[in-house]
Design a protein around this ligand. Structure first.
Ligand SMILES: Cc1cc2nc3c(=O)[nH]c(=O)nc-3n(C[C@H](O)[C@H](O)[C@H](O)COP(=O)(O)OP(=O)(O)OC[C@H]3O[C@@H](n4cnc5c(N)ncnc54)[C@H](O)[C@@H]3O)c2cc1C
Length: 398
């Protein structure tokens, strides 16, 4: 394969860069680059700017409002947005539930939900995991009992990312207990305002409340909010997970964080000299840079093969494992660069308008939070141990 971008791809990159430079609000970009706390409104502001341009759903077919980009164009778009400090487009609506609705939903579901996902009118969250059902997802217990034209849902979901803002949740529920556990699962779309839905925050290692428990007590869900057939939800769930894992390499964001790491290492001092001149620290930066380059090449190889196959294959697991390891290493090295100045955790320093003094310079204050937050990357979207099992079975044939 040819790893050089073509002239038209380079022109596309310039077009994206010009648009992002002209349209990304400076306060939003500052928040992202300085690792400040993002609100619902922050995510939605950028979503709506991209929606107005027709660029919010990079991977969607044009018939549903996608821009019709090739996988390489999508990658270039991701890189440009990350470099400029744009908030991520949250995957739950655009990249997760939308492809499932397009592939398996009714016409009424497509007509109602897809335009609302595109415009940002509805915020979606993912209701897969339960206490005791994470890696072993098919063991999930949340029940949905059919009563005429609706289901009655009872149970608990957990680790629900940003569910506190959500209008809708897509949920795996148990509709049968006979046969293999995978055969009794259905895929429901549930309005979070339905009586009986309760969201409770979970405080994370970084002190933030980014994830939640969601409880269902006798929640009445119309049958026409089920996607596809009853008891066939496992097929749709796996289809969704394939989409969740593409784009997970996070190359653009890691490139940006690498530059940030170098900037910090230029400012910090070790034995009276800039840390970046310390041979051991420089070697560690170089090692990560090499690994990131290798990941980028692998990412491009996967992208160049996409479209020749039905969906993302097991190589998505390789991107997930290496991408998350690199993100974690970058946050570790930043913490090491600032040393003990990174230890005090000042929660308010994550607010954009914080005026207080921070120990060790303004870039040091959020680093401990970022370091702890990054521990999640090797767990969510299917833990790295499970991804390695997939690679060993499906790629290496072990
Ligand atoms: C920050 C964060 C956000 C999340 N957001 C969401 C969300 O929005 N919606 C949602 O539905 N879920 C979400 N999750 C849940 C996530 O998908 C699960 O945490 C993940 O699948 C792991 O499941 P578990 O936590 O039950 O761990 P377990 O499955 O109990 O695993 C515990 C450990 O054992 C290992 N292990 C388990 N089985 C095997 C095996 N067969 N071989 C080798 N090792 C094994 C695991 O890799 C892990 O290290 C989120 C998780 C986190 C941390």
């Amino acid at each position: 394969m040819d790893l050089e971008y073509t002239a038209s791809e380079r022109a596309f990159r310039d077009e994206v860069r010009a648009f992002v430079t002209a349209n990304l609000p400076a306060d939003l970009s500052a928040k992202v680059l300085e690792a400040k706390r993002l609100t619902r409104d922050d995510f939605m502001r950028w979503h709506k700017i991209l929606a107005a341009k027709g660029w919010v759903a990079a991977g969607w077919p044009q018939q549903y409002g996608g821009p019709g980009w090739t996988p390489v164009q999508q990658h270039l778009f991701d890189e440009e947005c990350a470099a400029a400090g744009a908030p991520v487009i949250l995957p739950f609506g655009v990249r997760m539930v939308a492809p499932v609705i397009m592939a398996f939903g009714s016409q009424a579901q497509k007509d109602y939900f897809l335009p609302r996902i595109l415009s940002g009118e509805d915020w979606w969250c993912q209701g897969y995991s339960e206490p005791g059902s994470g890696s072993d997802l098919a063991s999930l217990k949340t029940r949905a009992e059919r009563q005429g034209d609706h289901y009655i849902v009872n149970g608990q979901k957990t680790w629900n990312t940003l569910g506190q803002y959500a209008d809708w949740i897509f949920c795996l529920v148990r509709t049968a207990t006979e046969g293999r556990p995978q055969e009794g699962i259905s895929f429901l779309l549930i309005d979070m305002k339905t009586p009986g839905v309760t969201v409770r925050p979970i405080r994370m290692l970084d002190g933030e409340e980014e994830i939640n428990e969601v409880w269902f007590e006798n929640v009445k869900v119309p049958v026409d909010q089920r996607v596809g057939e009853e008891n066939k939800g496992w097929t749709y769930a796996k289809f969704l997970l394939g989409h969740e894992r593409t784009g997970i390499a996070g190359v653009g964001k890691s490139k940006r964080e690498l530059q940030k790491l170098k900037g910090i290492a230029r400012k910090e001092r070790a034995s009276g000299r800039p840390l970046i001149e310390d041979a051991r620290f420089r070697d560690r930066i170089a090692q990560i840079e090499i690994e990131l380059l290798a990941l980028e090449v692998t990412n491009l190889r996967v992208l160049s093969e996409e479209g020749t196959r039905k969906g993302p294959g097991p190589e998505a697991s390789i991107l997930k494992v290496r991408g998350s390891e690199i993100q974690q290493s970058l946050s570790e090295l930043m913490m090491q660069a600032v040393g003990h100045y990174g230890v005090p955790y000042v929660r308010e320093a994550l607010d954009a308008d914080y005026k207080g003094e921070t120990v060790g310079g303004d870039y040091a204050a959020p680093l401990a939070g970022v370091y702890f937050n990054m521990r999640k990357t090797s767990i969510y979207s299917g833990s790295n141990e499970i991804q390695k099992n997939i690679i060993s079975q499906m790629v290496l044939g072990l």
